[in-house]
Design a protein around this ligand. Structure first.
Ligand SMILES: NC(=O)c1ccc[n+]([C@@H]2O[C@H](COP(=O)([O-])OP(=O)(O)OC[C@H]3O[C@@H](n4cnc5c(N)ncnc54)[C@H](OP(=O)(O)O)[C@@H]3O)[C@@H](O)[C@H]2O)c1
Length: 252
């Protein structure tokens, strides 16, 4: 438990399911008031809010497409009205259609980069003016697809590479304000996103077999490390990515 997270305010994007859901629930258990952002999965987002409230926590579900600036304007306006200020942003949401890079259209490139990379910058620009209580933590979620080729990962690979670079750039620019920007590089987990990778069953079997820890990542593994990064225990970690993959990345 991290007492400093009690009564903090956090936005978690894409929090209706998968990693985002686990991060929202974990932060709420620390006493953090959580904005459960969703784009389409309204009923799942409401379920996450109910789950948090049933445990005595505080949460509110707010719809927004993180890839659209006007949608982010409405999201941050609502956060300002309903919460007053913000301490933590977890840029978890990502969008991408599997396929070959050579077949990706310009439109698909733009939509993927907007939702999965530029959104970090767009949200940070809106979040920093709300970080008025002397506390600021911004966390992005990436995969090894930002640095390696994952067959069929399409434009998501370049988007993750951009996300990582934006994370470091923002860490540099915001550290003097006492706002820490870091990321988590997650290994494969059996969320809905992983199921859309071409040949998912084989990929999952292969990853499980080649992971020294003998199992795939669970959303709670990511949630614990994100929570650590939002705490004071991590207050000299700046512009870094913590790899949470059960050792998969150290095996050739
Ligand atoms: N699963 C893995 O193996 C893995 C590994 C490494 C990194 N990651 C990263 O971890 C993060 C979470 O992935 P996940 O596996 O938990 O995926 P997931 O279960 O598919 O959830 C993705 C979430 O993103 C939301 N989303 C997509 N586009 C959005 C947009 N434009 N605006 C707002 N929300 C949007 C979706 O919301 P709606 O349903 O409401 O549209 C959904 O809740 C992603 O950044 C992913 O790249 C995942």
């Amino acid at each position: 438990m991290y007492p400093e997270l009690k009564e903090k305010h956090a936005l978690v994007t894409g929090a209706a399911r998968g990693f985002g859901r686990a991060i929202a629930v974990r932060l709420a258990r620390e006493g953090t008031r959580v904005v459960v952002n969703y784009r389409r999965s309204m009923s799942d987002a409401e379920k996450v809010v109910s789950e948090i409230k049933s445990e005595g926590g505080e949460a509110v579900a707010i719809r927004a497409d993180v890839g659209k600036e006007e949608s982010l304007d409405r999201l941050f306006e609502k956060i300002k009205t309903e919460l007053g200020h913000l301490d933590i942003v977890v840029a978890n949401a990502a969008y991408g259609v599997p396929g070959e890079l050579m077949k990706a259209t310009s439109k698909y490139w733009e939509v993927t980069l907007a939702a999965s990379a530029r959104s970090l910058l767009d949200m940070t620009r809106r979040a920093v003016p709300l970080m008025t209580k002397g506390y600021g933590r911004i966390i992005s979620i990436t995969s090894d697809g930002g640095q390696k080729v994952i067959p069929g990962y399409g434009v998501v690979g370049p988007a993750k590479a951009a996300l990582e670079s934006i994370t470091r750039g923002l860490a540099f620019e915001l550290a003097p304000k006492g706002i820490l920007v870091n990321g988590v590089l997650a290994g494969l987990a059996e969320t809905r996103a992983a199921g859309s990778i071409p040949g998912a069953d084989e990929v999952i079997k292969h990853a499980r077999h080649h992971t020294p820890m003998g199992r795939l990542v669970e959303p709670e593994d990511i949630a614990r490390v994100v929570t650590f990064l939002t705490s004071n225990e991590a207050n000299m970690i700046c512009g870094q990515f913590i790899v949470v993959d059960g050792g998969r990345g150290i095996v050739g």
